[in-house]
Design a binder for this molecule. Sequence first.
Ligand code: 3BY
Ligand code: FES
Ligand code: FE
Length: 413
Amino acid sequence: MNVSADIRQLVERRKEGYSLEAPFYSSEEIFALDIDAIFRKHWIQVAVEPDIPEPGDYVTIEVAGESVLIVRDDDMAIRAFHNVCRHRGARLCNEEKGTVGNIVCPYHSWTYNLTGALMFAEHMGEKFDRCKHSLKPVHLQNLAGLIFICLADEPPADFDVMRAAMEPYLLPHDLPNCKVAAQVDIVEEGNWKLTMENNRECYHCVANHPELTISLYEYGFGYQPSPSNAEGMAAFERACVERAAEWEAMSLPSVEVERLSDVTGFRTQRLPLDRGGESQTLDAKVASKKLLGEFKRADLGGLSFWTQPNSWNHFMSDHIVAFSVIPLSAGKTLVRTKWLVHKDAVEGVDYDVENLTAVWNATNDQDRTLVEFSQRGIGSSAYEPGPYSPFTEGLVEKFCDWYIRRLGAHIGV
Ligand code: 3BY
Ligand code: FES
Ligand code: FE
C-alpha cells in the first residue's frame, strides 16, 4: 500500500495510552486512508430493518464515496446494491428512502428487479446479454434487525462471531417488529474518530449530560474502580449483581462481552438504570407504553451494543436507540440517530416523540459541542497527545488501538 513515509511513521510511533497525534484528526490524506482501510474494509452499521418494513421499500446510504441501495424484496429478503446503473452509470434511486416495484433508472429506463437482475433494456439489440448487467451487490448482514454492510470484495469473516455472541442479547428486544418513531441526523464539525472516542467514555458525562445522567450510571461505561470513585462503583456493582440475577432468570443475558480487538470488534453489556430504572428518559420511566417483544416488565435496564468502527445502540424494554457514524471529511462527521418503538405503539397514545427523543437529542447536542471543542483544540500547534485515564478511558484506548492496528494491517506496518 502506497502511503507517505510520514503516515507510516505516525502509525508506527503511536503511543499506547495517549490520544492520537493531530494529523489523525485533520489530515485529508489520513482521512482518505481511513475511508479505504476502515470504511471500505469493515462491517459498518448503516440502517435498521424497520427502515424498510414492506416489500419494495428502500433506503440509500452515502458512505465512503459510494451510494448503496438497501432494498426489501417481495419475499422479505433484504439486499444491498451499488446504486449505479449498469448502462451509463446514472444514480438509480435519488431519494434517501422510498418504495419501488422494480428499480427503474431515471435516464434510459433500464429496469432491475429487487434481486438486482436486469429485466428490461430497450433498443439494445440481439447480442445484448441482460444477464451480464445485473446490479453490483454489496455484502449485507442483518443482526437481529441491525443492518451492516461491507464494501470490501471479501468482508471480514468474523461477523458470525459477533452474531453468535449478540443474538441472545438482542433478539428478545425484537427490533424487526419495531418502527422508526424518529430519526435525527446531525453533522459534527469534527473528525469521526473524535465522535467515536467521545462515545467510548463517560468521564465527561457528569459535567456535560444532565439529562442522560438521570437514568445512566456513569460507572457502567467502562469505569474501573479507582481510589476516588470506590463508593459509587461499589453501589453500582451491587445494583448490577442484584439485577443480573433477575434478568438471567428471564433469559436476558447481561454479562459483559468484550471483543473490541477483533476485526469485527464489539462489546455488549446490560446495565441497570438509575432512578425509575426503566428507560433512558427524563424520568427514567418508559417512553412507550407498548413494551417490546414479549416483555412483561419495564425494568430491564439498558442493553448496550457498541461496534468498531461506527456504532452504538441502547436497547431498553420499551424503545431502542441506534446510532451510526458516517465520516464526511477529515473535519466533518454525520451522526445518525434512530429511535424505535413497538410497531403497534400509537403516537400520542402510547408514546410522545418529544419525550422519547428528549434525552438523546440533548445528549447528542452536548457531545457534538465537545467533539467540536476537541477538533478546534487539536488544530493548535500547542496540542500534543495527552494521557488517558486508566480508570475511565480504557475503552477509548481500545478504540484507538483497534484503529491503529487496522490501519497498520492495511498499509503493511
Ligand atoms: O452512548 C454511549 O454509549 C456512551 C455512554 C455514555 C456516554 N456515551 C455517549
Ligand atoms: Fe441507466 Fe441509461 S444510465 S438506463
Ligand atoms: Fe457524551
